[in-house]
Design a protein. Sequence first.
Length: 157
Amino acid sequence: MTPERILVSRLRQIGDVILSLPLVDALRRHFPGARIDYLAEAAPAEAAIGHPALTRVHALSRRFPARVLPASPLLLSRLRAARYDWVIDLYGNPRSAAIAAFTGAPVRIGPDRRARRSLYTHPVPSPGAVSAVAHHLHMLQAVGIAEPPTAPRLHLT
């Protein structure tokens, strides 16, 4: 299935968001007509805003207490309404895994960790000791895409 709508999620740390941008570029090369959105906490999301491969950047509030829901009802509603075909969770913590599952996307890719592996349709084992960029790109192998690591491209707005 060729995805028309993709969500990439790397919730925390601006450096990790930057190091995930080669994955976003790889998705754009493979799916030039797809809508590619990004989800991160508000501060790290700033690194993705303006990237030409992205359609929209969603900001997750750290202030929202994740005890009952993993994100605000408004954000969860927006993510569900976007009807993503693929969600790629690069963080893999309980909150990001729950958000990925909540989207209802038929393809959900994320790290093969503990009980949350059941929230992904494609849990991906760790590639071992590799660079962060290679680690992120490794997630694409779950859907048959092999990409060599490249340097991140930053776009200032």
